[in-house]
Design a protein around this ligand. Structure first.
Ligand code: PHE
Ligand code: FE
Length: 288
């Protein structure tokens, strides 16, 4: 993931990549991956988009231990031309976009401590690899991620990163997708979280609204707890088509004149799958 300004650490290359250091993981670290993996592998069937499960399968991600990025990249390269490279946590936006635009997915190499199985601030290797990489084996989603990287370079030049970042948040990180009459999860932030995998689909608290590009780019989000709002796409093809066909330049100009939308607002024109009670969010905020 990307963030604002920071110094490139000693030992990182000019593109901010570092060696994964696969040989340095301890037995405890590999065991942490296995515990997280097993827990999600049990929970996800029937809840996640089938394309995700297919990705786990074709990338052989069910093998025990933290994956070796080199091996993973070899498989991914044959399937969709993507690679996985290690970086030291958060990196500058323009570096992040450049990697995506060149079909390189950046991942942290560290894993959370055993006592942090459910909650952590910074994305670790489980979030980055388990959450994001399976869908990179899907040709349409793979193209979407590259297009997003190119779009990021353009948004940076147009001063519109904040708007584009919301698109990433509400699709790549926290997206839902239709599957017949059902909803399924596909966003990496949900898929890599045991709690949110259940919350995003079953809890009466959050709103679940139909995806609308301009609406999404105007909607605020929270980074400290489960989402109050999820947006539902029809299909990956539809997501890619809409974002590719739309020239974001005029959209950014148009949105600059419109107010942001609060996290829990439902607009008259929204396609409502679920009108949330927002009870969970209210209880959380009340107890802080
Ligand atoms: N069409 C977008 C633009 O004009 C690029 C983009 C594609 C952004 C896909 C995000 C996802 O900038
Ligand atoms: Fe992520």
């Amino acid at each position: 993931m990307a963030s604002g300004k920071q110094e490139r650490p000693n030992g990182a290359a000019e593109d901010w990549t570092i060696p994964q250091g696969w040989g340095s993981y301890s037995a405890v670290e590999h065991a942490t991956w296995d515990r997280l993996f097993d827990r999600q592998a049990k929970l996800l069937p029937g809840r996640v988009a089938p394309e995700f499960l297919n990705g786990l399968d074709v990338l052989r991600m069910d093998r025990p231990g933290i994956p070796d990025f080199g091996e993973l990249s070899d498989r991914l390269m044959k399937l969709t031309g993507w690679q996985v490279v290690a970086v030291p946590g958060l990196i500058p936006e323009e570096i992040f976009f450049d990697h995506l635009a060149n079909r390189r997915f950046v991942s942290g190499n560290f894993i959370r401590a055993p006592e942090q199985l459910d909650y952590l601030q910074e994305p670790d290797v489980f979030h980055d690899i388990f959450g994001h990489v399976p869908l990179l084996a899907h040709p349409v989603f793979a193209d979407y991620m590259q297009a997003y990287g190119r779009g990021g370079q353009r948004a940076a030049a147009l001063g519109a990163i904040e708007k584009l970042a919301r698109l990433y948040w509400y699709t790549v990180e926290f997206g839902l997708i239709r599957s017949g009459d059902d909803l399924r999860i596909y966003g990496a932030g949900i898929v890599s979280s045991h709690g949110e995998t259940i919350f995003a689909l079953d809890d009466p608290s959050p709103n679940r609204l139909g995806f609308d590009l301009r609406r999404v780019m105007r909607t605020k989000y929270r980074i400290d707890d489960y989402q109050q709002n999820y947006f539902v796409i029809d299909s990956f093809d539809d997501l890619l088509r809409q974002t590719l066909e739309t020239d974001f330049g005029p959209v950014y100009a148009e949105l600059a004149t419109q107010p942001d939308i609060e996290i829990d607002t439902i607009l008259p024109q929204d396609q409502v799958f679920t009108r949330g009670t927002q009870l969970y969010a209210r209880e959380q905020l009340g107890s802080r």
